[in-house]
Design a protein around this ligand. Structure first.
Ligand SMILES: Nc1nc2c(ncn2[C@@H]2O[C@H](COP(=O)(O)OP(=O)(O)O)[C@@H](O)[C@H]2O)c(=O)[nH]1
Ligand SMILES: [Mg+2]
Length: 417
């Protein structure tokens, strides 16, 4: 009689061995399929043998075209020479440098996400002007780099280093609710006022026009002189940011599960103070008239190749859109004003989720085939990120109708600070 591992192989033992062997092969096949699936949906080709690489390549190329859009690959960034003088590539190079730090932390409000984007773009330009390494230190309501990572200019390299700089070598300038600074920036003597090695700035307005007129503008950012503000915002945002993997994966999932081959008509409806964001202010021109907007969108609801996506600061608006349009799609996330959650210290997770939602929603708006704006920095920045005038409309806040627009016209109509 045969033996194996000292066990006598009787007929029942042999049957048991055959069954175990078959089960093993079956389990391995399940794991193998799962691994391929993970590698495709996770957009990573981990498996090295030919068939799985083929699988990855095929599926990834489908995901790829949308991912490329999400990853800003076909969007314009600043050439590296334009920021070479304020660039550091590793922490050792932080020593002996001067810094300009955009700061938004728990100590004081710094506005919604669009207010912050405005502040960040202009602060980056000020860093170029003053030859200071640019750093973003945003921890309110939670760390920005969970959602947005540096792109071609890395603003995170010296984040830890600046914490080691003694207080006597740092200065803080708080320009929140200070709308004057942006108007005097054209002749501001940065050398005289910003004497400390590390300057922290809190800022949430546009200062591009003033900076363009500054005496040093020609020598520090010649490229900016002939560019429109909308182009400047587009390239600076793309230079500074790329979405984190989590945002990218969710955007791709949204595309794959909800959009598919259809076109997207999108609309951002900003209402101001409402039950979804009770701590916010009322808007300067009052809330937009939804009936006018919905009438306009109805034309797209009738087209079989379009889906309608509505981003809003109001759940009521979204609910109403759901009832109005058969082709309505949505991301299922709670609306939060990222800077005005009342006692948000206790609701940090909620506020952080709110920041995540607003960044994801703005990214989706920036990828839409057609986009309707109401008066809001958030939608406007999505239009700047999108970067083209084709298929762009706005709800005129005083004429109370939808008009076509180009990118430059948005600011003329909305008059943002
Ligand atoms: N998730 C989500 N949040 C929004 C939307 N619109 C406004 N919010 C919230 O309200 C804030 C509005 O502030 P901000 O971004 O500065 O835009 P602005 O005040 O309209 O110029 C955003 O940052 C969000 O927290 C939206 O469409 N979706
Ligand atoms: Mg705001």
């Amino acid at each position: 009689m045969n033996t194996m591992f000292g066990i006598r192989l009787t007929v029942p033992w042999m049957i048991l061995l055959v069954i175990s062997g078959l089960s093993c092969i079956f389990m391995m096949q399940i794991l193998y399929v799962q691994k391929i699936y993970t590698s495709v949906t996770g957009n990573k080709c981990e498996k090295k043998d030919d068939s799985s690489i083929q699988q990855c390549a095929n599926s990834a190329s489908k995901i790829h075209s949308f991912a490329e859009k999400v990853l800003n690959k076909d969007r314009r960034v600043l050439q590296a020479e334009s920021f070479e003088h304020i660039r550091v590539s590793n922490e050792n190079q932080c020593k002996d440098r001067k810094f300009l730090v955009y700061r938004c932390d728990s100590s004081i409000g710094c506005g919604g996400w669009a207010d912050r984007q405005k502040g960040i773009v202009s602060t980056f330009l000020m860093a170029l002007l003053t030859k200071r390494v640019f750093v973003i230190d945003m921890t309110r309501p939670c760390k920005l780099d969970q959602f947005m990572l540096p792109n071609t200019y890395d603003w995170s390299v010296c984040q830890s280093y600046i914490k080691s700089v003694p207080n006597r070598l740092t200065g803080t300038f708080n320009h929140i609710e200070d709308y004057k600074f942006a108007t005097v920036v054209n002749h501001f003597d940065f050398e005289r006022v910003w004497t400390k090695r590390v300057i922290f700035i809190r800022f949430h307005t546009h200062a591009i026009d003033g900076l363009r007129q500054h005496d040093e503008a020609k020598s520090r950012f010649k490229w900016l002189l002939n560019m429109t503000n909308e182009d400047v915002i587009h390239v600076v945002l793309n230079t500074l940011f790329q979405p984190s993997d989590k945002i990218i994966n969710d955007a791709i999932e949204f595309h794959d599960n909800r959009i598919g081959e259809k076109k997207l008509m999108c609309c951002h409806i900003r209402k101001g103070r409402n039950p979804s964001i009770p701590e916010d202010n009322n808007l300067r021109f009052g809330p937009p008239n939804e009936t006018v907007i919905f009438d306009f969108l109805k034309n797209y609801d009738r087209k079989s190749d379009y889906l309608i996506y509505i981003a809003s600061d109001s759940e009521e608006v979204k609910q109403s859109a759901r009832n109005h349009f058969s082709s309505y799609i949505n991301i299922n996330r709670t609306i939060v004003h990222v800077d005005r959650l009342g006692t948000f210290r206790n609701l940090k997770t909620e506020a952080c989720n709110g920041l995540y939602s607003v960044i994801l929603e703005q990214l989706i708006l920036s990828l839409c085939d057609e986009l309707v704006l109401t008066r809001s920095g958030l939608g406007t920045f999505a239009a700047y990120m999108r970067g083209i005038a084709e298929g762009l409309f706005l709800y005129h806040p005083t004429e109370k109708r939808i008009v076509t627009t180009n990118l430059t016209n948005i600011q003329k109509v909305f008059h943002f600070l």
